[in-house]
Design a protein around this ligand. Structure first.
Ligand code: ATP
Ligand code: MG
Length: 460
């Protein structure tokens, strides 16, 4: 107690002495001398200071400073860990909340063993007007900026590695938080402005396809996304093509949705029937953004599968639609040289009906067969709709699925009818599959009889 008392009195007398010295110097020493003394002191402290501070203002002239914007995105999540006041917000196009550093708050960070400190500051524009001599700055009510401080000896690393890293990370963070958009074509053969928020909720965890195929697809996409260096090294365009084929209702469109959600890529739905001609097709491809999926559904129905001679004829006749050779030229030419990190997907119900030129190796990297519902896909659907992973009727259903051709869409349709009562619902599925089995067996017999009849007729 006595110790703290004596400490207090020492502090008080020191403060009193400082005030006395100050008033004496103010009164007896000329102002210029004091200024000179302080600036000397300041220069001395600068020489001995080990810290370097970079100032990153919000604007550079009229345009936004990209480093400032990157710092905002990069520091947002980190701010929640160390700052005492954090800003939170969400716009319509954001998937989740985004965070930001509040004014005067500090955020510590570490990069390859180097510690740095960020501080977010705002000053009234009036007080900084002279500092900027800049009309735009003077029109703004406040100047916002970050200060980034670190030890002088790490200057090179901060400029050459850390700041580029912050820019890269910020880009990825922004993209991760952006909701997937669906772009469609308007009547003039342009992409509609801005696209709409993609509302599909299908993901790889809810997609009911064979478990092995699902794993293969996810691995393939992971490899593609991380493949920047590989594609650069091999001189290949950073693109990947998938052909999805299978009967209606087996999940081709659902798989596209799951891929877009997994990669967080926008979808460009290219309906070839509304594209004016080959030239419009080129312009549409040029107008796409990177990190996106170009989808052409039912390719066998939307494009005339004519050969190159017929193409020429069609163009000469003024029948100016997109032609097969126009499409192939775009894929081989424009598609491979403009943009990066792009995926192209064709879907069809009849792979056999496609022109072999489309299937040639190198055009579509992966052919994915989506087939009728097997037991592994059924288990996924039962979990999605009924929330169960096992049931005594599963064995019976597994047996039936070996003999019956039923699509996941049909099973999903049955499951949704009575999803509140799992037992009853599964019993209904057993009945449904039984009936389908009988029907399919009958159809097969009828078909055989017809074929025999035709063969008999031929013999006669
Ligand atoms: N594999 C699947 N996993 C989960 N749901 C599925 C699957 N396949 C179909 N479904 C359900 O059936 C509906 C229709 O499926 P989808 O549109 O994906 O089929 P498709 O193969 O694209 O058919 P089409 O050839 O007619 O375009 C989906 O909205 C979904 O509810
Ligand atoms: Mg479809």
């Amino acid at each position: 107690m006595s110790n703290s008392k004596s400490l207090l009195s020492a502090v008080a007398s020191l403060a009193a002495s400082a005030m006395l010295i100050r008033s004496i110097t103010n009164e007896f020493i000329p102002h210029e001398v004091i200024e000179f003394f302080y600036s000397g002191l300041h220069n001395l402290s600068r020489q001995f200071s080990t810290q370097l501070t970079i100032v990153i203002e919000e604007f550079q002239g009229v345009s936004k400073n990209q480093v400032f914007e990157a710092a905002e995105a990069y520091l947002g999540k980190k701010a929640t860990l160390s700052a005492l006041r954090v800003k939170a917000g969400k716009s319509e196009n954001d998937k989740k909340l985004s965070f930001g550093v509040d004014r005067d708050e500090e955020v510590d960070d570490e990069f390859e063993g180097v510690r740095v400190r960020w501080k977010f500051l705002c000053v009234q524009a009036e007080s900084s007007r002279n500092r900027h001599h800049d009309m735009n700055a003077s029109l703004r009510s406040e100047i916002r900026y970050y200060e980034l401080s670190f030890h002088k000896r790490h200057k090179e690393k901060i400029f050459n590695s850390y700041l580029p890293y912050v820019l890269d990370r910020a880009k990825a963070i922004k993209q991760e938080n952006m909701a997937v958009k669906l772009h469609t074509i308007d009547y003039r053969s342009y992409w509609k402005e801005d696209g709409v928020k993609f509302g599909h909720s299908m993901t790889f965890s809810t997609l009911a396809i064979d478990a092995g195929l699902k794993k293969e697809l996810v691995n393939d996409l992971d490899k593609f996304v991380k493949g920047k260096e590989f594609y650069k090294k091999t001189g290949k365009a950073w693109k990947r093509g998938y052909l999805l084929y299978g009967p209606p209702g087996t999940g081709k469109s659902s798989l596209i949705a799951a891929m877009a959600c997994y990669l967080n890529y926008d979808i460009y739905d290219l309906d070839l029937t509304v594209v004016g001609d080959n030239n419009d097709l080129k312009n549409l491809i040029l107008a796409m953004s990177n990190r996106s999926i170009l989808v052409m559904e039912d390719i066998d129905c939307t494009i005339k599968l004519q050969n190159r001679e017929e193409d020429k004829e069609a163009v000469n006749n003024g029948d100016n639609k997109v032609t097969l050779s126009g499409l192939l030229n775009v894929i081989d030419g424009l598609w491979s040289c403009c943009g990066e990190e792009r995926i192209i997907i064709f879907t069809t119900n009849h792979k056999d009906g496609l022109d072999p030129a489309l299937l040639r190796p190198g055009r579509m990297d992966m052919h994915v067969h989506l087939s009728y519902c097997n037991f592994s896909a059924f288990e996924q659907l039962a979990f999605n709709y009924l929330g169960i992973s096992q049931h005594k009727l599963f064995e019976q259903i597994e047996g039936l699925l070996r003999d019956v051709q039923v699509t996941p869409a049909e099973i999903a349709g049955e499951l949704i009818k009575n999803s509140d009562a799992a037992g009853e619902c599964l019993q209904d599925i057993v009945t449904f599959l039984h009936n389908k089995k009988i029907l399919q067996a009958k159809t097969k017999i009828d078909q055989n009889i017809k074929e025999d009849h035709e063969l008999g007729g031929e013999k006669l």
